[in-house]
Design a protein around this ligand. Structure first.
Ligand code: NAD
Length: 500
Protein backbone atom coordinates (compact mmCIF):
# COMPACT_ATOMS: atom_id res chain seq x y z
CA UNK A 1 0.00 0.00 0.00
CA UNK A 2 1.54 3.36 -0.99
CA UNK A 3 2.46 5.79 1.77
CA UNK A 4 0.94 9.15 0.94
CA UNK A 5 2.90 12.37 0.57
CA UNK A 6 1.30 15.18 2.55
CA UNK A 7 1.69 18.67 1.08
CA UNK A 8 4.25 20.69 3.07
CA UNK A 9 1.97 23.72 3.28
CA UNK A 10 -0.74 21.83 5.16
CA UNK A 11 -0.79 22.73 8.86
CA UNK A 12 -0.94 19.06 9.64
CA UNK A 13 2.32 18.26 7.81
CA UNK A 14 4.66 18.48 10.80
CA UNK A 15 2.50 16.23 13.01
CA UNK A 16 2.38 13.60 10.26
CA UNK A 17 6.14 13.70 9.76
CA UNK A 18 6.95 12.30 13.19
CA UNK A 19 6.13 8.64 12.67
CA UNK A 20 5.31 6.10 13.91
CA UNK A 21 3.01 7.89 16.33
CA UNK A 22 3.46 6.67 19.90
CA UNK A 23 1.18 5.88 22.82
CA UNK A 24 0.65 8.53 25.49
CA UNK A 25 1.03 6.89 28.91
CA UNK A 26 1.88 8.53 32.23
CA UNK A 27 2.74 11.83 30.53
CA UNK A 28 5.29 10.22 28.17
CA UNK A 29 5.23 9.19 24.53
CA UNK A 30 6.15 5.52 24.44
CA UNK A 31 6.35 2.58 22.04
CA UNK A 32 3.87 -0.23 22.53
CA UNK A 33 5.03 -3.07 24.80
CA UNK A 34 4.85 -5.50 21.87
CA UNK A 35 6.70 -3.08 19.57
CA UNK A 36 3.90 -3.40 17.00
CA UNK A 37 2.40 -0.65 14.86
CA UNK A 38 -0.64 -0.50 12.60
CA UNK A 39 -1.41 1.70 9.60
CA UNK A 40 -4.16 4.28 9.40
CA UNK A 41 -5.39 5.23 5.92
CA UNK A 42 -6.71 8.18 3.97
CA UNK A 43 -10.11 6.85 2.87
CA UNK A 44 -10.20 9.21 -0.13
CA UNK A 45 -7.29 7.30 -1.73
CA UNK A 46 -6.64 4.19 0.36
CA UNK A 47 -3.05 5.36 0.90
CA UNK A 48 -1.32 4.91 4.25
CA UNK A 49 -1.49 8.13 6.23
CA UNK A 50 0.51 7.14 9.30
CA UNK A 51 1.89 4.25 11.29
CA UNK A 52 0.67 4.17 14.88
CA UNK A 53 1.87 2.20 17.90
CA UNK A 54 -0.61 -0.56 18.63
CA UNK A 55 -1.58 -0.90 22.28
CA UNK A 56 -1.87 -4.46 23.56
CA UNK A 57 -3.17 -5.72 26.91
CA UNK A 58 0.13 -4.90 28.62
CA UNK A 59 -0.08 -1.30 27.40
CA UNK A 60 -3.63 -1.05 28.74
CA UNK A 61 -2.34 -2.27 32.10
CA UNK A 62 0.46 0.33 32.00
CA UNK A 63 -1.99 3.11 31.15
CA UNK A 64 -4.44 2.05 33.86
CA UNK A 65 -1.58 1.92 36.40
CA UNK A 66 -0.48 5.44 35.39
CA UNK A 67 -4.04 6.71 35.70
CA UNK A 68 -4.43 5.00 39.08
CA UNK A 69 -1.19 6.51 40.35
CA UNK A 70 -2.20 10.02 39.34
CA UNK A 71 -5.65 9.55 40.84
CA UNK A 72 -4.41 8.19 44.14
CA UNK A 73 -1.80 10.93 44.43
CA UNK A 74 -4.50 13.50 43.81
CA UNK A 75 -2.38 15.42 41.28
CA UNK A 76 -5.50 16.45 39.41
CA UNK A 77 -8.55 15.84 41.57
CA UNK A 78 -7.04 17.75 44.49
CA UNK A 79 -5.98 20.78 42.49
CA UNK A 80 -8.10 23.79 43.43
CA UNK A 81 -11.21 23.66 41.20
CA UNK A 82 -10.43 27.08 39.71
CA UNK A 83 -7.04 25.74 38.59
CA UNK A 84 -8.55 22.67 36.98
CA UNK A 85 -11.11 24.88 35.26
CA UNK A 86 -8.29 27.01 33.84
CA UNK A 87 -6.58 23.95 32.33
CA UNK A 88 -9.81 22.76 30.66
CA UNK A 89 -10.50 26.25 29.33
CA UNK A 90 -6.97 26.40 27.95
CA UNK A 91 -7.49 23.10 26.15
CA UNK A 92 -10.60 24.62 24.54
CA UNK A 93 -8.53 27.63 23.45
CA UNK A 94 -5.81 25.41 22.02
CA UNK A 95 -8.31 23.38 20.02
CA UNK A 96 -9.62 26.65 18.60
CA UNK A 97 -6.12 27.90 17.78
CA UNK A 98 -5.21 24.60 16.12
CA UNK A 99 -8.64 24.15 14.48
CA UNK A 100 -7.29 24.10 10.93
CA UNK A 101 -4.68 21.50 11.73
CA UNK A 102 -7.14 19.34 13.69
CA UNK A 103 -9.69 19.66 10.90
CA UNK A 104 -7.14 18.56 8.29
CA UNK A 105 -6.20 15.59 10.44
CA UNK A 106 -9.84 14.66 10.86
CA UNK A 107 -10.52 14.88 7.12
CA UNK A 108 -7.41 12.92 6.16
CA UNK A 109 -8.03 10.17 8.70
CA UNK A 110 -11.83 9.91 8.55
CA UNK A 111 -12.70 11.32 5.10
CA UNK A 112 -15.24 13.94 6.21
CA UNK A 113 -15.57 17.19 4.20
CA UNK A 114 -13.04 19.73 5.45
CA UNK A 115 -15.70 22.40 5.95
CA UNK A 116 -17.62 20.13 8.30
CA UNK A 117 -14.44 19.41 10.25
CA UNK A 118 -13.56 23.09 10.42
CA UNK A 119 -16.95 24.64 11.02
CA UNK A 120 -18.59 21.96 13.13
CA UNK A 121 -16.27 19.38 14.69
CA UNK A 122 -13.36 21.52 15.87
CA UNK A 123 -15.49 24.39 17.29
CA UNK A 124 -17.81 21.95 19.03
CA UNK A 125 -14.85 20.11 20.56
CA UNK A 126 -13.49 23.42 21.88
CA UNK A 127 -16.94 24.42 23.17
CA UNK A 128 -17.25 21.10 25.02
CA UNK A 129 -14.02 21.74 26.97
CA UNK A 130 -15.12 25.28 27.79
CA UNK A 131 -18.58 24.20 28.87
CA UNK A 132 -17.16 21.63 31.30
CA UNK A 133 -14.48 24.08 32.46
CA UNK A 134 -17.45 26.05 33.79
CA UNK A 135 -18.73 23.09 35.78
CA UNK A 136 -15.53 22.41 37.72
CA UNK A 137 -16.29 25.14 40.25
CA UNK A 138 -19.95 24.18 40.50
CA UNK A 139 -19.89 20.51 41.50
CA UNK A 140 -21.87 21.23 44.62
CA UNK A 141 -23.51 18.82 47.01
CA UNK A 142 -26.73 19.38 48.94
CA UNK A 143 -28.02 19.17 52.50
CA UNK A 144 -30.87 16.94 53.64
CA UNK A 145 -33.59 17.60 56.22
CA UNK A 146 -33.39 14.42 58.30
CA UNK A 147 -36.39 13.29 60.46
CA UNK A 148 -34.60 10.40 62.17
CA UNK A 149 -34.75 10.83 65.99
CA UNK A 150 -31.91 13.07 67.16
CA UNK A 151 -30.17 15.99 65.49
CA UNK A 152 -28.07 15.53 62.39
CA UNK A 153 -26.28 17.43 59.70
CA UNK A 154 -26.64 15.43 56.50
CA UNK A 155 -24.92 16.51 53.30
CA UNK A 156 -23.73 15.09 50.01
CA UNK A 157 -20.42 15.35 48.22
CA UNK A 158 -19.86 14.74 44.52
CA UNK A 159 -16.62 12.79 44.17
CA UNK A 160 -14.84 11.57 41.04
CA UNK A 161 -15.42 7.91 40.21
CA UNK A 162 -11.67 7.21 39.88
CA UNK A 163 -9.98 5.63 36.87
CA UNK A 164 -12.21 5.95 33.81
CA UNK A 165 -11.77 3.91 30.63
CA UNK A 166 -13.19 5.51 27.49
CA UNK A 167 -13.66 3.80 24.14
CA UNK A 168 -14.75 5.80 21.09
CA UNK A 169 -15.72 5.14 17.44
CA UNK A 170 -14.35 6.47 14.18
CA UNK A 171 -17.21 8.57 12.89
CA UNK A 172 -16.47 11.81 14.81
CA UNK A 173 -13.03 11.07 16.28
CA UNK A 174 -12.14 14.49 17.74
CA UNK A 175 -15.62 15.36 18.93
CA UNK A 176 -16.15 11.99 20.59
CA UNK A 177 -12.81 12.39 22.38
CA UNK A 178 -13.92 15.81 23.64
CA UNK A 179 -17.34 14.54 24.75
CA UNK A 180 -15.62 11.85 26.76
CA UNK A 181 -12.58 13.64 28.17
CA UNK A 182 -14.00 17.04 29.13
CA UNK A 183 -16.71 15.96 31.61
CA UNK A 184 -14.59 13.14 33.07
CA UNK A 185 -11.74 15.57 33.74
CA UNK A 186 -14.08 18.28 35.02
CA UNK A 187 -15.18 15.84 37.71
CA UNK A 188 -11.56 15.09 38.73
CA UNK A 189 -11.13 11.61 37.24
CA UNK A 190 -8.03 10.13 35.60
CA UNK A 191 -8.66 8.72 32.15
CA UNK A 192 -7.49 6.08 29.69
CA UNK A 193 -8.89 6.84 26.23
CA UNK A 194 -8.85 4.26 23.44
CA UNK A 195 -9.63 5.84 20.07
CA UNK A 196 -10.82 3.73 17.14
CA UNK A 197 -8.15 1.86 15.21
CA UNK A 198 -9.59 3.48 12.05
CA UNK A 199 -9.01 7.06 13.21
CA UNK A 200 -6.46 7.37 16.01
CA UNK A 201 -4.72 10.58 14.94
CA UNK A 202 -6.78 13.51 16.21
CA UNK A 203 -6.94 11.99 19.71
CA UNK A 204 -3.13 11.74 19.71
CA UNK A 205 -2.80 15.35 18.60
CA UNK A 206 -5.31 16.35 21.27
CA UNK A 207 -3.16 14.55 23.86
CA UNK A 208 -0.19 16.67 22.74
CA UNK A 209 -2.26 19.82 23.20
CA UNK A 210 -3.40 18.65 26.63
CA UNK A 211 0.20 18.07 27.60
CA UNK A 212 1.01 21.64 26.49
CA UNK A 213 -1.94 22.86 28.54
CA UNK A 214 -0.25 21.33 31.62
CA UNK A 215 -2.55 18.46 32.36
CA UNK A 216 -0.58 16.53 35.01
CA UNK A 217 1.18 13.29 34.01
CA UNK A 218 -0.98 10.18 34.08
CA UNK A 219 -4.29 12.04 34.23
CA UNK A 220 -4.91 11.53 30.50
CA UNK A 221 -3.57 8.47 28.70
CA UNK A 222 -4.31 7.83 25.01
CA UNK A 223 -3.71 4.35 23.65
CA UNK A 224 -4.80 3.54 20.09
CA UNK A 225 -5.29 -0.16 19.47
CA UNK A 226 -7.73 -2.77 18.27
CA UNK A 227 -11.09 -3.19 19.94
CA UNK A 228 -10.86 -6.92 20.58
CA UNK A 229 -7.44 -6.47 22.25
CA UNK A 230 -6.99 -3.04 23.86
CA UNK A 231 -10.71 -2.20 24.11
CA UNK A 232 -11.62 -5.58 25.55
CA UNK A 233 -8.83 -5.41 28.16
CA UNK A 234 -9.91 -1.92 29.23
CA UNK A 235 -13.54 -3.00 29.60
CA UNK A 236 -12.55 -6.06 31.65
CA UNK A 237 -9.81 -4.39 33.71
CA UNK A 238 -10.32 -4.93 37.45
CA UNK A 239 -8.76 -1.57 38.34
CA UNK A 240 -10.94 0.56 36.03
CA UNK A 241 -13.81 2.10 38.00
CA UNK A 242 -15.94 3.21 35.11
CA UNK A 243 -16.16 2.59 31.40
CA UNK A 244 -17.74 5.04 28.96
CA UNK A 245 -18.32 3.58 25.52
CA UNK A 246 -19.56 4.96 22.23
CA UNK A 247 -19.96 2.52 19.37
CA UNK A 248 -22.18 -0.23 18.05
CA UNK A 249 -24.91 -1.89 20.08
CA UNK A 250 -23.28 -5.31 19.65
CA UNK A 251 -19.98 -4.15 21.17
CA UNK A 252 -21.90 -2.18 23.83
CA UNK A 253 -23.36 -5.47 25.03
CA UNK A 254 -19.85 -6.96 25.25
CA UNK A 255 -18.75 -3.96 27.32
CA UNK A 256 -21.64 -4.38 29.76
CA UNK A 257 -20.83 -8.08 30.07
CA UNK A 258 -17.11 -7.45 30.58
CA UNK A 259 -17.95 -5.00 33.35
CA UNK A 260 -20.30 -7.45 35.04
CA UNK A 261 -17.80 -10.29 34.78
CA UNK A 262 -14.88 -8.26 36.18
CA UNK A 263 -15.60 -5.67 38.88
CA UNK A 264 -19.08 -4.27 38.10
CA UNK A 265 -17.48 -1.04 36.98
CA UNK A 266 -19.95 1.73 36.16
CA UNK A 267 -20.98 1.67 32.52
CA UNK A 268 -22.41 4.29 30.18
CA UNK A 269 -23.19 3.41 26.59
CA UNK A 270 -23.89 5.56 23.52
CA UNK A 271 -24.88 3.06 20.86
CA UNK A 272 -26.48 2.71 17.45
CA UNK A 273 -29.66 4.10 15.98
CA UNK A 274 -32.23 3.82 13.21
CA UNK A 275 -33.79 7.20 13.65
CA UNK A 276 -37.10 8.23 12.10
CA UNK A 277 -37.23 11.58 10.29
CA UNK A 278 -40.93 12.34 9.89
CA UNK A 279 -42.58 14.65 7.37
CA UNK A 280 -46.25 15.51 7.92
CA UNK A 281 -48.35 16.83 5.05
CA UNK A 282 -48.65 20.26 6.70
CA UNK A 283 -44.85 20.77 6.83
CA UNK A 284 -42.83 23.25 4.79
CA UNK A 285 -41.85 20.57 2.28
CA UNK A 286 -38.79 22.36 0.92
CA UNK A 287 -37.34 22.72 4.41
CA UNK A 288 -38.35 19.19 5.33
CA UNK A 289 -36.66 17.77 2.23
CA UNK A 290 -33.44 19.62 2.99
CA UNK A 291 -33.73 18.39 6.59
CA UNK A 292 -34.14 14.87 5.24
CA UNK A 293 -31.00 15.34 3.16
CA UNK A 294 -28.96 16.66 6.09
CA UNK A 295 -30.41 14.01 8.39
CA UNK A 296 -29.11 11.11 6.35
CA UNK A 297 -26.19 12.39 4.26
CA UNK A 298 -24.25 14.47 6.80
CA UNK A 299 -20.90 12.71 7.41
CA UNK A 300 -21.82 10.26 4.62
CA UNK A 301 -24.56 8.85 6.85
CA UNK A 302 -21.99 7.63 9.36
CA UNK A 303 -23.83 9.22 12.25
CA UNK A 304 -25.45 7.34 15.13
CA UNK A 305 -28.41 9.73 14.92
CA UNK A 306 -28.73 9.63 11.11
CA UNK A 307 -32.34 10.01 9.95
CA UNK A 308 -32.15 6.72 8.10
CA UNK A 309 -35.88 6.04 8.06
CA UNK A 310 -37.71 8.83 6.25
CA UNK A 311 -41.42 8.66 7.08
CA UNK A 312 -43.53 10.80 4.75
CA UNK A 313 -47.28 11.29 4.94
CA UNK A 314 -48.92 9.83 1.83
CA UNK A 315 -50.30 13.15 0.54
CA UNK A 316 -46.83 14.72 0.20
CA UNK A 317 -44.82 11.56 -0.37
CA UNK A 318 -44.04 12.10 -4.08
CA UNK A 319 -43.40 15.82 -3.66
CA UNK A 320 -41.00 15.31 -0.74
CA UNK A 321 -39.08 12.59 -2.54
CA UNK A 322 -38.85 14.74 -5.70
CA UNK A 323 -37.34 17.60 -3.69
CA UNK A 324 -34.93 15.26 -1.92
CA UNK A 325 -33.81 13.76 -5.23
CA UNK A 326 -33.17 17.23 -6.67
CA UNK A 327 -30.83 18.04 -3.77
CA UNK A 328 -29.07 14.70 -4.16
CA UNK A 329 -28.53 15.40 -7.87
CA UNK A 330 -26.78 18.69 -6.99
CA UNK A 331 -24.47 17.14 -4.39
CA UNK A 332 -20.74 17.14 -5.02
CA UNK A 333 -18.95 14.04 -3.86
CA UNK A 334 -15.17 13.65 -3.75
CA UNK A 335 -12.13 13.87 -1.46
CA UNK A 336 -12.99 15.74 1.73
CA UNK A 337 -9.84 17.88 1.50
CA UNK A 338 -11.30 19.68 -1.54
CA UNK A 339 -13.68 22.24 -0.02
CA UNK A 340 -16.07 22.09 -2.98
CA UNK A 341 -17.10 18.57 -2.01
CA UNK A 342 -20.14 18.20 0.24
CA UNK A 343 -19.72 14.46 0.73
CA UNK A 344 -16.50 12.51 1.18
CA UNK A 345 -15.64 8.81 1.28
CA UNK A 346 -16.74 6.29 3.89
CA UNK A 347 -14.14 5.56 6.52
CA UNK A 348 -12.80 2.25 5.17
CA UNK A 349 -13.12 -0.39 2.49
CA UNK A 350 -14.90 -2.64 5.00
CA UNK A 351 -17.47 0.04 5.72
CA UNK A 352 -17.96 0.74 2.01
CA UNK A 353 -18.51 -2.96 1.28
CA UNK A 354 -20.89 -3.29 4.19
CA UNK A 355 -22.98 -0.38 2.91
CA UNK A 356 -22.96 -1.66 -0.70
CA UNK A 357 -24.08 -5.04 0.70
CA UNK A 358 -27.08 -3.38 2.37
CA UNK A 359 -27.92 -1.64 -0.90
CA UNK A 360 -27.98 -5.01 -2.68
CA UNK A 361 -30.18 -6.37 0.10
CA UNK A 362 -32.61 -3.46 -0.29
CA UNK A 363 -32.96 -4.13 -4.01
CA UNK A 364 -33.39 -7.88 -3.44
CA UNK A 365 -36.04 -7.21 -0.79
CA UNK A 366 -38.05 -5.24 -3.35
CA UNK A 367 -37.44 -1.63 -2.28
CA UNK A 368 -37.50 0.89 -5.16
CA UNK A 369 -34.01 2.36 -5.77
CA UNK A 370 -34.58 6.01 -6.70
CA UNK A 371 -31.00 7.26 -6.89
CA UNK A 372 -27.44 6.16 -6.09
CA UNK A 373 -26.85 2.53 -5.19
CA UNK A 374 -23.23 2.24 -6.27
CA UNK A 375 -19.80 3.88 -6.27
CA UNK A 376 -19.29 7.14 -8.16
CA UNK A 377 -17.39 6.93 -11.43
CA UNK A 378 -13.78 8.12 -11.43
CA UNK A 379 -13.30 7.81 -7.67
CA UNK A 380 -12.47 4.13 -7.45
CA UNK A 381 -9.31 4.51 -5.34
CA UNK A 382 -11.29 5.81 -2.38
CA UNK A 383 -14.21 4.35 -0.44
CA UNK A 384 -16.99 6.47 -1.93
CA UNK A 385 -20.66 5.48 -2.12
CA UNK A 386 -23.25 7.64 -3.88
CA UNK A 387 -26.05 9.09 -1.77
CA UNK A 388 -28.77 6.48 -2.08
CA UNK A 389 -32.53 6.77 -1.69
CA UNK A 390 -34.87 3.76 -1.50
CA UNK A 391 -38.60 4.40 -1.78
CA UNK A 392 -41.60 2.24 -0.84
CA UNK A 393 -39.67 0.51 1.90
CA UNK A 394 -41.56 -1.89 4.09
CA UNK A 395 -40.82 -1.82 7.84
CA UNK A 396 -40.00 -5.54 7.73
CA UNK A 397 -37.11 -5.10 5.27
CA UNK A 398 -33.59 -5.26 6.69
CA UNK A 399 -32.79 -1.79 5.30
CA UNK A 400 -35.62 -0.46 7.50
CA UNK A 401 -34.55 -2.32 10.63
CA UNK A 402 -30.76 -2.49 10.76
CA UNK A 403 -28.29 0.33 11.21
CA UNK A 404 -26.49 0.74 7.86
CA UNK A 405 -24.22 3.59 8.97
CA UNK A 406 -23.84 4.92 5.45
CA UNK A 407 -25.52 7.25 2.93
CA UNK A 408 -28.67 5.17 2.46
CA UNK A 409 -32.17 6.30 3.37
CA UNK A 410 -35.32 4.21 3.45
CA UNK A 411 -38.44 6.23 2.60
CA UNK A 412 -41.63 4.83 4.13
CA UNK A 413 -45.12 6.26 3.56
CA UNK A 414 -47.62 6.63 6.44
CA UNK A 415 -51.31 7.53 6.63
CA UNK A 416 -51.97 9.28 9.94
CA UNK A 417 -50.43 10.09 13.31
CA UNK A 418 -51.30 6.76 14.98
CA UNK A 419 -49.94 4.79 12.03
CA UNK A 420 -46.77 6.92 12.14
CA UNK A 421 -46.10 6.57 15.87
CA UNK A 422 -46.50 2.80 15.75
CA UNK A 423 -44.18 2.49 12.75
CA UNK A 424 -41.57 4.98 14.01
CA UNK A 425 -41.32 3.28 17.40
CA UNK A 426 -41.08 -0.21 15.97
CA UNK A 427 -37.30 -0.50 16.24
CA UNK A 428 -34.87 -1.78 18.85
CA UNK A 429 -33.24 1.68 18.84
CA UNK A 430 -34.31 5.03 20.30
CA UNK A 431 -31.62 7.64 19.81
CA UNK A 432 -33.23 10.60 18.01
CA UNK A 433 -36.22 11.49 15.85
CA UNK A 434 -37.09 14.41 13.57
CA UNK A 435 -40.60 15.83 13.13
CA UNK A 436 -41.53 18.27 10.36
CA UNK A 437 -44.90 19.99 10.80
CA UNK A 438 -46.45 23.46 11.10
CA UNK A 439 -48.95 22.23 13.69
CA UNK A 440 -47.56 23.08 17.14
CA UNK A 441 -49.89 20.75 19.02
CA UNK A 442 -49.01 17.85 16.75
CA UNK A 443 -45.29 18.57 17.12
CA UNK A 444 -45.48 18.23 20.91
CA UNK A 445 -47.90 15.29 20.82
CA UNK A 446 -45.65 13.31 18.51
CA UNK A 447 -42.50 14.36 20.42
CA UNK A 448 -44.07 12.89 23.57
CA UNK A 449 -45.13 9.68 21.81
CA UNK A 450 -41.78 8.91 20.21
CA UNK A 451 -39.32 6.76 22.15
CA UNK A 452 -36.13 8.69 21.51
CA UNK A 453 -33.51 10.52 23.56
CA UNK A 454 -33.80 13.65 21.39
CA UNK A 455 -36.67 14.83 19.21
CA UNK A 456 -35.91 17.57 16.69
CA UNK A 457 -38.86 19.65 15.52
CA UNK A 458 -38.37 21.39 12.17
CA UNK A 459 -34.61 20.91 12.45
CA UNK A 460 -32.11 18.06 12.55
CA UNK A 461 -28.56 17.36 13.82
CA UNK A 462 -28.59 20.34 16.18
CA UNK A 463 -25.94 19.40 18.74
CA UNK A 464 -24.60 21.54 21.54
CA UNK A 465 -22.49 20.91 24.64
CA UNK A 466 -25.46 21.91 26.81
CA UNK A 467 -28.04 19.48 25.39
CA UNK A 468 -28.33 15.94 26.79
CA UNK A 469 -27.31 13.14 24.45
CA UNK A 470 -28.23 9.47 24.68
CA UNK A 471 -30.77 6.88 23.76
CA UNK A 472 -33.82 4.90 24.76
CA UNK A 473 -33.91 1.11 24.35
CA UNK A 474 -30.82 -0.44 22.73
CA UNK A 475 -29.37 2.95 21.81
CA UNK A 476 -27.66 3.06 25.16
CA UNK A 477 -27.46 3.72 28.89
CA UNK A 478 -27.17 7.20 30.38
CA UNK A 479 -26.91 10.70 28.97
CA UNK A 480 -23.80 12.58 27.92
CA UNK A 481 -23.40 16.37 27.58
CA UNK A 482 -25.05 19.10 29.64
CA UNK A 483 -25.09 18.63 33.40
CA UNK A 484 -26.21 15.03 32.83
CA UNK A 485 -22.67 13.86 32.05
CA UNK A 486 -21.61 14.90 35.55
CA UNK A 487 -23.72 12.04 36.91
CA UNK A 488 -21.76 9.61 34.74
CA UNK A 489 -18.42 10.67 36.19
CA UNK A 490 -19.17 11.21 39.88
CA UNK A 491 -20.19 9.16 42.88
CA UNK A 492 -22.50 10.73 45.43
CA UNK A 493 -21.29 10.42 49.01
CA UNK A 494 -23.64 11.14 51.90
CA UNK A 495 -22.12 12.32 55.19
CA UNK A 496 -24.33 12.23 58.29
CA UNK A 497 -23.04 13.94 61.43
CA UNK A 498 -24.63 13.68 64.89
CA UNK A 499 -24.71 17.26 66.09
CA UNK A 500 -26.92 16.75 69.16
P1 NAD B 1 -17.61 -0.35 17.06
O1 NAD B 1 -18.58 -0.77 18.13
O2 NAD B 1 -17.17 -1.35 16.10
O3 NAD B 1 -16.29 0.25 17.71
C1 NAD B 1 -16.32 1.30 18.64
C2 NAD B 1 -15.08 1.24 19.50
O4 NAD B 1 -15.11 0.01 20.24
C3 NAD B 1 -13.76 1.24 18.73
O5 NAD B 1 -12.81 1.99 19.44
C4 NAD B 1 -13.38 -0.23 18.72
O6 NAD B 1 -11.99 -0.43 18.64
C5 NAD B 1 -13.90 -0.69 20.06
N1 NAD B 1 -14.20 -2.12 20.14
C6 NAD B 1 -14.51 -2.98 19.15
N2 NAD B 1 -14.67 -4.23 19.65
C7 NAD B 1 -14.46 -4.15 20.98
C8 NAD B 1 -14.51 -5.08 22.05
N3 NAD B 1 -14.78 -6.37 21.83
N4 NAD B 1 -14.26 -4.66 23.31
C9 NAD B 1 -13.99 -3.35 23.55
N5 NAD B 1 -13.92 -2.41 22.58
C10 NAD B 1 -14.17 -2.81 21.31
O7 NAD B 1 -18.28 0.90 16.38
P2 NAD B 1 -17.70 1.77 15.16
O8 NAD B 1 -17.88 0.97 13.93
O9 NAD B 1 -16.37 2.32 15.50
O10 NAD B 1 -18.73 3.00 15.17
C11 NAD B 1 -19.97 2.92 14.63
C12 NAD B 1 -21.03 2.66 15.69
O11 NAD B 1 -20.94 3.65 16.73
C13 NAD B 1 -22.43 2.79 15.14
O12 NAD B 1 -23.21 1.74 15.63
C14 NAD B 1 -22.89 4.12 15.68
O13 NAD B 1 -24.28 4.26 15.78
C15 NAD B 1 -22.23 4.17 17.01
N6 NAD B 1 -22.12 5.57 17.50
C16 NAD B 1 -22.96 5.97 18.52
C17 NAD B 1 -22.91 7.28 18.96
C18 NAD B 1 -23.83 7.77 20.06
O14 NAD B 1 -23.59 8.83 20.60
N7 NAD B 1 -24.89 7.04 20.41
C19 NAD B 1 -22.02 8.18 18.38
C20 NAD B 1 -21.18 7.75 17.36
C21 NAD B 1 -21.25 6.42 16.92
Amino acid sequence: MPHMAVAEDLEVASFLKGQPKKLFIGGRWVESAGGKTFATHDPATGDVLAAVAEANAEDVDRAVAAARKSFDRGTWRELPPAERAKVLWKIGDMIEERATELAQLETLDNGMPINDALLFHAPLAAATFRYYAGWVTKLDGATQQVSFPGQYLSYTLREPVGVVGQIIPWNFPLLMAAWKLAPALACGNSVVLKPSEETPLSALRLAELMQEADIPDGVVNVIPGYGEVAGARLAAHPDVDKIAFTGSTDVGKLIAKASADSNLKRVSLELGGKSPNIVFADADITRAASGAFLGIFFNQGQVCSAGSRLFVQEKVYDQTLDELLKTVADTRIGPGMDPVNQMGPLVSRTQMERVLGYIRTGTQEGARLMVGGDRPEGLDRGYFVKPTVFADVDGKMRIAREEIFGPVVAAIPFSDEDDLVAKANSTIYGLVAGVWTRDVARAHRVAHALKAGTVYVNCYHVVDAVTPWGGYKQSGWGRELGPYALDLYTEIKNVIVDIA
